[in-house]
Design a protein around this ligand. Sequence first.
Ligand code: FES
Length: 282
Amino acid sequence: MTMPGAFEPSPVANYLPTTAIIEEAENFTARDRYFRLSLERPLGHRPGQFVMVSVFGLGEAPISISNPPGDAPTLEMVIRNAGSLTQVLHSYGPGDAIGLRGPYGHGFDLHDFLGRDVLFICGGLGLAPLRSLIRAVIDRRGEFGRVMVISGCRTPAEEIYRPDLTAWAERGDVDIVRLVDNAANMPWKGRVGLVTEPIAGLKLDPAETVVAMCGPPVMYKFVLLELAGAGINGDRVFVDLERRMRCGVGKCGHCQINDIYCCQDGPVFRFSEIAHLKEAFL
Ligand code: FES
């Protein structure tokens, strides 16, 4: 039986791909394309889990799930064009079919966040997996304390999920800080700087705050230092190491850090449990 407030458990992973149809596709940035797929049945995922997306005859890649858990037979995701497979996927649009397996991995557990102040720290494409949890928290807004989102990217042209960030800011009950490293002479109403910079100004309550973060490796070290300075204990910080995966099912070893496999033991980890793994934050 599922405890009140928990996400439904994921079904046993299916190693055979099913076919999913693209309902909507949109280029978020020059490198990142958004997809909404219709499925035969709800995915049954937790925020932070991922799916293996395949192009028949070409190969497959692990992709984070962006939509919140729920009853809708839908999958949202953002795919970065970073190779031959994703290049083909970027040519796909509504009506096209792709292969899908999953969900895989250990995601976030809502019990770790219920009743707390929640701070999300998203770097670049890291907003894609965190959007699933942010949406789940906002859907149940009354069950949390402060909800804060720091979202940073290199330039305004690289920001993903812009309509969501705008909508969350307009609610009035979510603190949103949007930053770019460099406005690059483009129109930009957010801040210019690094995602570490707004943390001190949020005046976090260390006894009440839980943090979820995902971004490029270079971001983690500095954010973790800033959080430690704000008194946030490592057992209240959850990191998503989704970037390290390749096969997604414990076979290739690409995601291995010492004795852990990110794809099977993670990709979401409590920081205090992996703080000794220096390689995880390089
Ligand atoms: S991604 Fe291949 S073993 Fe984890």
